[in-house]
Design a protein around this ligand. Structure first.
Ligand SMILES: Cc1cc2nc3c(=O)[nH]c(=O)nc-3n(C[C@H](O)[C@H](O)[C@H](O)COP(=O)(O)OP(=O)(O)OC[C@H]3O[C@@H](n4cnc5c(N)ncnc54)[C@H](O)[C@@H]3O)c2cc1C
Length: 416
C-alpha cells in the first residue's frame, strides 16, 4: 500500500529517479529485507522508455563488447560492469521474468519487444516493482542528499526530508530534459565530491550551414563514415543510415560519430574531419566502374546513388554533363575522391535537446564496480546515464541502464 508520505517509512532504501536504471534498481533492491521507495520528480515514471526507439523501445542489442562503449574511464572497469549481468541473462530476464518476448530486427541487430510497444516494457517493469513491494512516489523531487550518521538525509524540493539507510542515484544525464533528466542528480553527485568527466551531448545530429546540402533534406542512404581526429590516433568508423536534414545530418551513422565532433567544439582547437563513402563501392571499385562503363557519367552514378545526391556530387566535380569516355585522369581521381572520401562540411550540433544520451558524467573510478557504491560517499550507489559511459545506437544505452541499475539495486537489497 502506498504510504501518505515517504518520510513515514523507517530506514528504507531510496531510489532517486524512475527511469530505466532506477526501475531496475528498485526491482533488485526489493529482493532484500528493507522497504524500497522509488522517488520520481516527474508526473510519470519512465518517460524516456516510452519515447525510445520511436515508441517501440529498442530494449537491447543482440551482441555487445566492452569496446562498443565510450568512456574516459578504465576499459577494465567498464568490462567488469558489463560482465556482471551478461547480455544473454538480461535478455532472459526480459523474456522469461518480465514476460516481454523480444524480436530481432535482422538488418540492425536490435532487439525490440515482439509487440513493438514501449508501453509494454514500462508496464512490465512497473508491475514487477509493485509485485516486489516497491512504493513509487511521482512528483517527488530530490533536492539534496547529505550523510547523517550511518544514514542518508534525503531532502525533497517541497521541504520534506526522510532518512534512508541506502540511496541509489539514478537521475539520468542531460539529454532531452523534457523527460525529467535536467542534471540535478549530476549536481548532487558533484556536490558530494565525486570527480566528473565533463558532460557533452552524444548521439546528436550535426548541423551544417551549406545550402546545397539543405536542398537534399529528406534524402536517406546507407554510408560509411570515417572520422579523422586532428590529434591522430585510430580513425573512428561507422557504417549505417545517413539522413540529410533541413539543418544538417542525422541517422545512426552520424549519431554514432557525433561525440567526436561535439567534444571538439567544447575543447576548441582543430576539428575532426568526417569523410563519407556514399555507397558500398570503394575507390578501386569506382575506378574500375568509371573506366569500364559507357555513356553519361550521371547514369552510372545514379545506378549507385540517389539521383539528387549523384547530381550534387557531379555539380561539385563540375562534370554534370560529362560522358565517361571524355573523363580525364584528374577528373576520375577527383570524382572517386568525392564518392569515397568526401569531407563532410559541418558547423555544430543539435545539443542536448536532440541528444539520445549524455557523454561524460560521474567518473567510473569513483565507484566500486562490483556494487556501484561510491568510494566518496559510502551508502550511496550511482547508476545509468549519469555515469561516464554510453554506447552507440542499437539498445546499448538501455543495456547500460539495466545492468548498472541491477548492480546498484542488488547491492542495496542484499544486506540487512
Ligand atoms: C529519443 C530517445 C530515444 C532513445 N531510444 C533508445 C533506444 O531505443 N534504445 C536504447 O538503448 N536507448 C535509447 N535511448 C537512450 C535511453 O533512453 C537512455 O540511455 C536511458 O533512458 C537512461 O536511463 P536512466 O534511467 O539512466 O535515465 P532517465 O531515463 O533519464 O531517467 C532518469 C529519471 O530520473 C528522474 N529525475 C531526475 N532528477 C530527479 C530528481 N532530482 N528527483 C527525482 N527524480 C529525478 C527523471 O524525471 C527521470 O524519470 C533513447 C534516448 C532518447 C532521448
Amino acid at each position: 500500500m502506498p504510504m501518505d508520505s515517504p518520510s513515514d517509512v523507517k530506514a528504507p532504501v531510496v531510489i532517486v529517479g524512475a527511469g530505466a536504471a532506477g526501475l531496475m534498481a528498485a526491482i533488485f533492491a526489493a529482493a532484500g529485507p528493507r522497504p524500497v521507495l522509488l522517488l520520481e520528480g516527474g508526473d510519470r515514471p519512465g518517460k524516456k522508455i516510452l519515447i525510445s526507439g520511436g515508441g517501440r523501445c529498442n530494449v537491447l542489442p543482440s551482441r555487445v563488447a566492452p569496446g562498443d562503449f565510450v568512456s574516459d574511464g578504465s576499459p577494465n572497469t567498464l568490462a567488469k560492469i558489463l560482465r556482471a549481468w551478461p547480455l544473454a541473462a538480461v535478455r532472459r530476464f526480459f523474456e522469461e521474468t518480465l514476460g516481454i518476448p523480444l524480436a530481432l530486427e535482422a538488418e540492425t541487430g536490435k532487439l525490440f519487444p515482439a509487440v513493438n510497444r514501449a508501453q509494454d516494457v514500462l508496464d512490465a517493469l512497473l508491475k514487477m516493482a509493485q509485485a516486489r513491494g516497491v512504493t513509487l512516489y511521482t512528483e517527488t523531487r530530490v533536492a539534496d542528499l547529505r550523510p547523517d550518521g550511518s544514514d542518508w538525509r534525503v531532502a525533497l524540493s517541497d521541504g520534506r526530508a526522510l532518512l534512508a539507510s541506502r540511496v541509489v542515484l539514478a537521475t539520468g544525464g542531460l539529454s532531452v530534459p523534457a523527460t525529467g533528466s535536467d542534471g540535478a542528480g549530476l549536481n548532487i553527485a558533484r556536490a558530494l565530491g565525486h570527480a566528473m568527466t565533463p558532460t557533452y551531448p552524444a548521439l546528436t545530429p550535426l548541423t551544417c550551414e551549406d545550402s546545397a546540402h539543405h536542398a537534399l533534406a529528406g534524402l536517406a542512404l546507407p554510408v560509411t563514415l570515417t572520422v579523422v581526429r586532428p590529434q591522430g590516433g585510430q580513425p573512428l568508423r561507422a557504417t549505417g543510415g545517413f539522413l540529410f536534414t533541413h539543418r544538417g545530418y542525422s541517422g545512426p551513422a552520424v549519431l554514432n560519430v557525433s561525440h567526436v565532433a561535439v567534444r571538439s567544439t567544447f575543447e576548441g582547437g582543430p576539428r575532426p574531419t568526417i569523410y563519407v563513402q556514399w555507397s558500398p563501392l570503394d575507390a578501386a571499385a569506382w575506378e574500375e566502374a568509371l573506366r569500364s562503363a559507357r555513356g553519361p557519367v550521371s547514369t552510372l552514378l545514379r545506378d549507385h546513388l540517389p539521383e539528387r545526391l549523384a547530381d550534387q556530387l557531379l555539380a561539385e566535380a563540375d562534370l554534370r554533363l560529362a560522358y565517361l569516355s571524355q573523363l580525364r585522369r584528374e577528373d576520375r581521381v577527383r570524382l572517386v575522391e568525392l564518392l569515397t572520401r568526401y569531407p563532410l562540411p559541418w558547423h555544430g550540433h543539435e545539443g542536448y535537446k536532440a541528444a539520445e544520451v549524455t557523454g561524460g558524467g560521474v567518473a567510473l573510478d569513483q565507484l566500486n564496480p562490483a556494487t556501484l557504491e561510491s568510494r566518496r560517499a559510502p551508502g550511496l550507489h550511482l547508476c545509468g546515464e549519469m555515469l561516464d559511459a554510453f554506447g552507440p545506437i542499437g539498445g546499448y544505452n538501455f543495456l547500460w541502464a539495466w545492468v548498472t541499475g541491477k548492480i546498484a539495486g542488488a547491492a542495496c537489497g542484499g544486506d540487512a
